[in-house]
Each structure stands twice: as structure tokens, then as C-alpha cells.
Ligand binder design. Structure first.
Ligand code: FUB
Length: 308
């Protein structure tokens, strides 16, 4: 447990939500899951899809955080972070990723930049996994003018951060092109040049990088509407070997966005779909969880979605 600060004492009480199947939450639309295992609990971070029924376009003004000890009973904590917490951002709580280092929790977030073109990536920090999180830099870590390979304004989205065995942090992000860069130990500065991952078929967005045994896995949204595909490598610097489709199009959502975690002896594939709730869709998405299984050679079996 952690100390309750005066700011936290004013926050609304936690709410318990029981998952009875997929989607795991039906009281709110949730998208772009990222998950963190810490001290016997899973922390699930998601964007809040707030678009009205049949509205075409994302309306996402905050991120949400839930925790669970069994993946069934979830506690929804007060809103831990919103784009307005980044003074230099104008909105849009797009995909994010939270990672722990040296007792601090770093939240890498996609937002729209207020004064520079397009999307940007910021970093917020907290001393516990539910926040509240505060802007760690006071400006964006990545802006659109740092990656000029595409003309699109949303190519700096969807950060995924991982530490290698030597403690070197890497951040992967992008749309159409997958970028990566090392981060300094302070987790808020780049440590070297921005590079590109080569030869990933149909990379769209939503990278997630995890390690199992001596393999790194890079999963990502493939084509559009999006399936999930993956590649494997012995090194975060590649080369990555493409291994195929991991998950098919989920419900009637154009996007898919996965997190992969091990928790209490099982591996979970956490993603979103749009097809299950009444009035759901590409802009009113819902987080789902299914099991992920590996083959003996380390490759991954195709996910069997509950809805299939
Ligand atoms: O939720 C907004 C964007 O849609 C995310 O950043 C992408 O990964 C896609 O899910």
C-alpha cells in the first residue's frame, strides 16, 4: 500500500466492477488497453471512448485505470490522467502505456499537440500505479517534426515501452512506420537517434513488445480494419521475423489494440472490440480479455476470441 496524499483524499471513492465475460466492462466504453503487473495485481489502463451513439470520430477526454487480483473483480480508481494534465496538449486521450522503473510509474501517452501539428507523445509520472499522474517533462517527448518520413499528422502515436535485461529502456511507437528509440534511465529523454523497424508487413499502429524466455515479441495492428500480427526477435534492435496473424478483426471495430501479460501462471491477450455492446462500434469500443497460448517453438497460437 502507499501513502494517501491530501490530493488523493479529495478524489472520488473506488468502484468495484465484476466482469461476467467479454467485454469485461459494460458501464463505460473502453479502448486501447495497456496492462501492468505489480505486486500481485493487474493494473489495466484504457482510453475512455465517450463518443455519442453513431458519432463518427474519437471523443476521448480521459484515461481510466482499473486493478484486479483475479481478472474478474475489478476496482475502478479515480481518473488518473487526462490530456488537460499536459499543458502543451489540446486533447485526445489516445493509446498509452505505463511502465515501472526504480519505484516510479511512467505513463507514455498519445495526445494532440496544441501548438505543433498533429499528435505527440508525452510522459506523466506517479509514485504508485493508480496515480494521480503528473506531466514529467512539461513538454512533449516526441513531436511530429521529429519524424518526417510520412506526411501524416498521426504517425507519432501508440507508445510501447520495455526494459531489456540490462535495464536499457526502448520505446516503440508509430502509425504506418514503426519507430523506436532508446530512453535514458530517467525515462523522459531519448538516448540516441530515432530508428525505424524494417520489414514488418502491413504495420498500421498499436505496437506492444514483451519478452518470454529468450524471445522478444512485437505485436501490432495489421492492415485496416485491423487484425493483430506479430514478429519475434532475440534483440530489441531486431531483425524481427514476421510470424503471422495473431488475432482476427475484433467485432465491428476498425481498430484493434492489444496488451499481452503473464499473471498468476496464465498469459492474457487484452484487446478491444466494437461489436458486443448495444451501440458499440469503432468509436465506442470495449476492452475484452482472452487467453494466449504459445507453441513449443515459442510461436503464438492464434487467439480464440470469446466472440468467435
Ligand atoms: O484510440 C485512438 C487510436 O485508435 C489509438 O491510438 C490507436 O491505437 C487506435 O486504437
Amino acid at each position: 500500500s502507499f501513502a494517501v496524499t491530501p490530493a488523493m483524499a479529495n478524489m472520488p471513492a473506488d468502484t468495484v466492477v465484476k466482469a461476467t465475460g467479454n467485454p469485461i466492462f459494460t458501464h463505460k466504453y473502453t479502448a486501447d488497453p495497456a496492462a501492468l503487473v505489480h505486486k500481485g495485481k493487474v493494473y489495466l489502463y484504457a482510453g475512455h471512448d465517450q463518443a455519442a451513439p453513431r458519432h463518427e470520430g474519437y471523443v476521448m477526454n480521459e484515461w481510466l485505470v482499473f486493478s484486479s487480483e483475479d481478472m474478474i473483480t475489478w476496482t475502478e480508481h479515480p481518473v488518473p490522467l487526462a490530456p488537460k494534465d499536459f499543458k502543451w496538449a489540446s486533447g485526445d486521450a489516445w493509446a498509452s502505456h505505463v511502465i515501472e522503473r526504480n519505484g516510479k510509474f511512467y505513463w507514455y501517452s498519445t495526445v494532440t499537440h496544441a501548438t505543433k501539428p498533429g499528435k505527440a507523445i508525452g510522459v506523466a509520472v506517479a509514485d504508485n500505479p493508480i496515480g494521480p499522474f503528473k506531466d514529467a517533462i512539461g513538454e512533449a517527448l516526441i513531436t511530429n517534426d521529429m519524424t518526417t518520413d510520412t506526411k501524416i499528422s498521426w504517425d507519432d502515436i501508440d507508445p510501447a515501452v520495455i526494459l531489456d535485461d540490462k535495464g536499457q529502456a526502448y520505446m516503440f511507437w508509430g502509425n504506418t512506420i514503426l519507430y523506436y528509440a532508446k530512453l535514458k534511465e530517467n525515462m523522459i529523454e531519448l538516448d540516441g537517434p530515432i530508428q525505424k523497424v524494417a520489414n514488418l508487413p502491413h504495420f498500421t499502429e498499436a505496437p506492444w513488445v514483451h519478452k518470454r524466455k529468450d524471445w522478444y515479441y512485437l505485436s501490432y495492428a495489421y492492415q485496416f480494419p485491423e487484425k493483430t500480427a506479430y514478429a519475434m526477435s532475440k534483440s530489441l534492435d531486431g531483425p524481427w521475423e514476421y510470424k503471422g496473424i495473431l488475432n482476427e478483426i475484433a467485432g465491428n471495430s476498425n481498430t484493434n489494440h492489444q496488451a499481452i501479460i503473464d499473471f498468476k501462471g496464465k498469459t492474457y491477450f487484452i484487446y478491444h472490440n466494437g461489436g458486443v455492446q448495444t451501440d458499440g462500434g469503432s468509436f465506442r469500443r470495449s476492452v475484452c480479455i482472452d487467453y494466449l497460448y504459445y507453441n513449443k517453438d515459442g510461436s503464438i497460437k492464434r487467439i480464440q476470441m470469446t466472440s468467435e
